[in-house]
Write a protein that binds this ligand. Structure first.
Ligand code: KG4
Ligand code: ZN
Length: 331
């Protein structure tokens, strides 16, 4: 089954064709980061407008890259939640038009489920059940994935997402927007014990996380150095901050693995591209199976949406022409 998939939940316009949930025949991603970098963060209306401009061109590219034409498409999939509502509605509206014109089923896909499914494209042997750590710019969750379309959230961040915290500290370090990848590169040049930063615990749920106190601690290192006229070891601060973020993510994931009957762990989301996180999780789970997407499939893309859509339609999910977008939605 060839699924034409669309992803427009934030600042990447993405279209892909995926066969049988496991083979990405094409995947095109048009990033808007240069546009939003001018403002230090995503400007929702500009994101929607850019999506609107790019959809047809990227769809043609995705079909050409896949070596297919419109009659070869068996279903259309789209991210309908969660995300920036205006941005989501561009993708949902376009996907409805495509499904209507082609006379094919329309499959709505939850963005977080899509991130997890990026792993199905990279690892043919991977199948549920497993524990998933999803860390991105908007979300940080640990889930028990019992089946392709059945999952329970074990814990999540109480405040900032891991990627959001990395972006904010990156911005103050002068790394531009989004700062996650630049923080990763800068952190590689400094010692992770340069600054003592907190690893806050949260009451109530051992799998929940908090990044805002850690972010404030890193920002106050910079502010107090500025006030005293001292120079900050930028690489050391980046390394210490990335180290603390990884400690928080890895400790909760290891706990979830220990307390579940799962032998398999899956990493996903934009922050899954982080070098230190990939290394530390692999070390911490050395006796278990750990799967992570190739770096190019960690960030937002439509191939992951096409992969998850295959399993959603197998489970009976489909939408009619009244499908809407939702800024927030449980996984
Ligand atoms: O999944 P994603 O593309 O978008 C959302 O769904 O939010 O994730 C984007 C996030 C950004 O915060 C970005 O800075 C972060 O992923 N990111 C990284 C790296 N590459 C991207 N964070 C840490 N290390 C990286 N190498
Ligand atoms: Zn995402």
């Amino acid at each position: 089954m060839n699924i034409l998939a669309f992803e427009t939940s934030c600042d990447e316009t993405a279209v892909a064709v995926v066969r049988d949930g496991r083979h990405s025949l094409s995947s095109v991603v048009l990033s808007q980061t240069e546009l939003h970098a001018l403002y230090g963060g995503v400007v929702p209306e500009l994101a929607s407008r850019r999506h609107t401009e790019a959809m047809v061109m990227l769809t043609d590219q995705a079909l050409t890259q896949a070596g297919l034409t419109r009659p070869d498409i068996d279903a259309v999939a789209v991210t309908h939640a969660p995300g920036l509502i205006g941005a989501l509605l561009v993708g949902v509206g376009f996907a409805k038009g495509a499904a209507y014109a082609l006379g094919k089923p329309l499959i709505p896909v939850h963005h977080i489920r899509g991130h997890i499914a990026a792993n199905y494209l990279c690892h043919p042997e991977l199948k549920p059940p497993f524990i998933a750590l999803v860390a991105s710019g908007g979300h940080t969750l640990i889930l028990h994935v019992s089946d392709y379309t059945e999952m329970t959230v074990l814990g999540s961040t109480r405040d900032d997402a891991a990627g959001e915290a990395l972006d904010k500290v990156g911005r103050v370090l002068g790394l531009g927007y989004p700062g996650g990848a630049a923080m990763d590169a800068l952190a590689a040049q400094g010692p992770a014990d340069a600054y003592r930063l907190p690893r806050p615990l949260v009451e109530g749920n051992p799998y929940d996380m908090s990044f805002s106190g850690l972010k404030t601690a890193a920002l106050s290192v910079l502010n107090s150095a500025r006030m005293k006229g001292e120079t900050v070891d930028r690489a050391g601060l980046a390394a210490s901050f990335v180290g603390a973020v990884c400690d928080i993510l890895v400790s909760r994931t290891v706990l979830a693995m220990e307390q579940s009957d799962c032998e398999t762990c899956v990493l996903a989301g934009g922050v899954a591209a982080n070098t230190r996180l990939r290394r530390e999780l692999a070390q911490a789970l050395s006796s278990r199976a750990l799967f992570m997407p190739t770096v190019s499939l960690c960030g937002d893309n439509a191939a992951m949406i096409g992969a998850q859509a295959y399993y959603e339609q197998l489970a009976g999910a489909s939408a009619d022409m009244s499908l809407n977008g939702y800024a927030s939605c449980s996984v």
